[in-house]
Design a protein around this ligand. Structure first.
Ligand code: AMP
Length: 217
């Protein structure tokens, strides 16, 4: 199964993709995570992307589509893919069609997380993750069971993203409205879009996504 999670920054795409990966054995393909790894490693793609990401703008279509193509090439044919934060522009949506075909895959569902943009800044500025295993947390909505200790791996080191600040978030929202929201009609025309309430709590959003996906084998 191949699905796209769509929604503005902070809508919960990464959280839900992580859950699907853990519970269904699907693979999360987050271009944001791939780009952050490229920035950290100092690769040519990372060097190009760093300033653009810090400004909250979009990295070039060619770079992100190449990352997706490369990652799909490493996956087994029967492993499901969750596209998280990709595609973000009409050219990326066109590239994804070509890439999926080249890998013998078809798109099953596009799940749009509908959210109240005013609430997103609070969601975004409060989020952080375990520096060791990457589990996501939030200062208010999703704290570890014991303060300062990762539930999953026990690490006491956490990190926050450089672009999760109120100013950059506004640019990221504007990019979403201008360049990403317009791709929904492409998928609407193909009857692939499911809209769910992304403001519900994490469990309810997970349940709504599970209801859309086919039963587990
Ligand atoms: P995300 O982790 O999805 O919020 O992405 C963080 C940042 O990485 C974005 O603000 C963009 O600068 C860049 N980025 C991630 N995915 C894409 C994409 N599909 N197209 C262009 N830029 C992207």
């Amino acid at each position: 199964m191949n699905i796209i999670l769509l929604g503005p920054p902070g809508a919960g795409k990464g959280t839900q993709a992580g859950r699907l990966q853990a519970e269904r054995g699907m693979v999360q393909l987050s271009t944001g995570d791939m780009l952050r790894a490229a920035v950290k490693s100092g690769s040519p793609a990372g060097l190009k992307a760093k300033a653009v990401m810090e400004a909250g703008e979009l990295v070039s279509d060619d770079i992100v589509s190449a990352l997706i193509d490369e990652k799909l090439g490493t996956m087994a044919a029967d492993q499901g893919a969750i596209f998280d934060g990709y595609p973000r522009t009409a050219p990326q949506a066109a590239s994804l069609d070509q890439i999926l075909t080249a890998h013998g895959r078809t798109l099953d569902h596009v799940i749009e997380l509908e959210v109240d943009e005013d609430a997103l800044v609070e969601r975004i500025v409060g989020r952080y993750s375990c520096a060791s295993c990457g589990t996501n947390y939030h200062d208010v909505f999703n704290r570890p069971k014991a303060d300062g200790v990762c539930d999953v791996c026990g690490s006491t080191e956490f990190k926050r993203r450089a672009d999760d600040n109120a100013e950059t978030v506004r640019t990221r929202m504007a990019e979403y409205r201008a360049k990403t929201a317009p791709i929904l009609p492409i998928y609407d025309a193909r009857k692939l879009v499911h809209r769910i309430d992304g403001m519900a709590d994490i469990e309810h959003v997970s349940d709504a996504i599970e209801a859309i996906l086919e039963p587990r084998a």
